[in-house]
Design a protein around this ligand. Structure first.
Ligand code: F6R
Length: 242
């Protein structure tokens, strides 16, 4: 793992954005694996700025998001489709037809999960996967558990995850109880993984992920088995790193 700690926010977001932009410059048809949440927001904003300056184009790229809430209307402001449209897709030249977010409103969610994996199988592998990490060590919505699923699946969100995400909703009760998420096996198929971590509340989780034992109780620790992971930490998240 290549672990980088940044003292300035500016360097953190520019490094994250550069990793994506340089991939698109060398491979305009790159397949991007994308995450939502607060961690990648600055990186997406910087990519929009770079696009506006003519420094990057998404015209031939495609994207696959990690996850989506179950049962939230797709145009709900907190759906992950809305998040991606609002933070990135609507502001760059990516073809909307080549952006993919799991459908959390599919009548048959099991079939939706299989179809999502099939699409990744046909069009992948993902060249660069962006990840954030939950304070409990989740990646995507793969929550700590006795075992982890490999493929895309429906997951019951833990109370701690719903509480963490309640900041985006009016009240805790509005936070969906389930999500569709790519599984750990699917995530690990990416050629390169970029884990973005900000804030001291994530310090313990990311330290466990990169230094602790590989365990399903810290799903992000499975990243240790991947040959090409870059971890970007801000000062708070990397406070344990000399
Ligand atoms: C989001 C996702 C989640 C988040 C994680 C961290 O698509 O897959 O695993 O990356 O919950 O969220 P933030 O960045 O909001 O702290």
């Amino acid at each position: 793992m290549n672990i980088l700690k940044f003292h300035s926010d500016e360097d953190f977001v520019q490094t994250g954005a550069n990793l994506i932009a340089s991939l698109l410059q060398s491979n305009p048809k790159a397949v991007l694996g994308l995450a939502t949440g607060s961690s990648p927001v600055g990186v997406y904003a910087r990519l929009v700025e770079m696009y506006n300056k003519g420094l990057v184009s998404f015209a031939k790229a495609s994207s696959y998001n990690l996850d989506e809430y179950v049962g939230l209307p797709v145009d709900h402001p907190q759906s992950y489709r809305s998040f991606m449209n609002g933070h990135l897709f609507n502001h760059v030249d990516i073809d909307p037809a080549r952006t993919h977010v799991p459908n959390g409103n599919a009548a048959d969610l099991a079939a939706e999960c299989l179809a999502y994996d099939q699409m990744l199988e046909n069009n992948g592998p993902v060249d660069l996967q962006i990840l954030g990490i939950g304070s409990n060590g989740h990646i995507g919505f793969n929550e700590p558990d006795a075992s982890l699923s490999s493929g895309t699946h429906v997951v019951d969100l833990l109370d701690e995850t719903r509480e963490a995400n309640a900041r985006f909703f009016e009240k805790l009760d509005d936070v969906p109880r389930q999500a569709v998420t790519m599984g750990i096996g699917g995530i690990l198929k990416a050629k390169q993984i970029v884990l973005l971590v900000r804030g001291q509340e994530k310090a313990e989780a990311v330290r466990n992920a990169v230094e602790g034992p590989i365990t399903t109780q810290c799903p992000a620790s499975l990243l240790q088995s991947h040959p090409n992971v870059v971890v970007l930490l801000d000062e708070g998240a990397g406070q344990w790193l000399k």
